[in-house]
Design a protein around this ligand. Sequence first.
Ligand code: PFF
Length: 444
Amino acid sequence: MNEKRSTFGSKLGMVAAAAGSAVGLGNIWRFPSETADGGGAIFIIVYIACILFFGIPLMVAEFLIGRSSRANAAGAFHKLAPNTPWKWVGRLGVLTGFVILGFYMVVCGWTVDYFIQSVTGSLKEVSDFSANFNTLLANRPKQVGLMAFFVLLTAYFIFSGVQKGIERSAKIMMPVLFLLLIVLVVRALSLEGARGGIDFLFKPDFQEVKSTVFLDAMGQAFFSLSLGMGCMMTYASYFKDNTNLTKTAVQVSLLDSTVALLAGMVIFPSAFALTTNPDTIVSELVAGGPGLLFITVPGLFNQMEGSMIWSAMFFLLLAIAALTSTISLMEVVTIYIQEEHKVSRKKGLFFVLIGVLLLGTLSALSPQSFNILDMASAKIMLPVGGLFISLFAGWYLDKKIVQVELTNDGKIKFGISFLKTYSFILKFLAPVAILLIFLYGLIG
Ligand code: PFF
């Protein structure tokens, strides 16, 4: 069975696919509002520390579990820990993927609508952006239709397979995404008064530290890096034997953080440059969530010359970023059904489609359901998954497997202190830290 399993065809394609999963609404929608809320530069410093100390080690852990088992998220635990309850960690991951898809697809639908509004010029005519967004929210059939469109679009790439669908699309979409983002950054930075936004992002104000900043930053890091639900595990099951896992985790994390920072460098400089009162703009950004991307940002673009082009570019960028993430989420669930229930990819995908369309419809129709799915996945399911994955890799997994995977069977040399630090993080540091996020998620 192993021989028939797909792998990514090239190094570039593999990194693009994994980075495509990581870069998504989390970077462009969630990161700027979290940053605003966390006081700007302070949040960013803590966020980067979280990526370095917890994010990258946990990504390596998912990579080595995925590649050594060459199975879907649940099958991986089956293989590495047969007849133990560990398989429930994988199953929880698959369920988390399904739950995230349920609300994420609705936001993807909004993105498509805003792209269409930008291209047709109707967004340019809007005077009240809040009312404009509420009109979309009130139009339930339209939301369901847009969500369904995005689900089918994602399914098309899953149907096309690992190399022809996932890898090829990421190889095209990721460079386009970077290009669009850089054009937008240049535009934002050239606005008069953009400086205020850059200062807010990069000059820490130590008086502004919130007590929850550490935990907020950590939650954001896991969501953004697609960690805690076996997504990176699933992608790693398609890695080649000679893929350097540590290097890949560093590259993916670097790309992900770069996109988040660049997105911040579009939003904050524009916000500071185009508002008459920078204090209110920060609080507006803090309000965050849908309001940030679908109310504040188009409002900002509308004050620029050629607003149609800028907003079309921005929402296209958002749709692309979201698509490479929904592809990874759907792949986790599809390959699970395919392998664990021994059905064809087509049949597996069919079941996933039905499930996601139903859940997506529910969250498009009911804002409460949308919020429950959002909260349950980010605040409960991902932290619990991440906690158990690090415990599994740190305590349960045979040290030999860890060493073989990290060094590609001796071909990559690491100092003993590197391996020790890595093991310390997975055994103690990461589980304790994740436990804190989890408790915070429940309380806060
Ligand atoms: N990392 C994606 C984002 O930042 O939007 C969201 C995500 C994708 C989370 C895949 C989890 C996942 F497995």
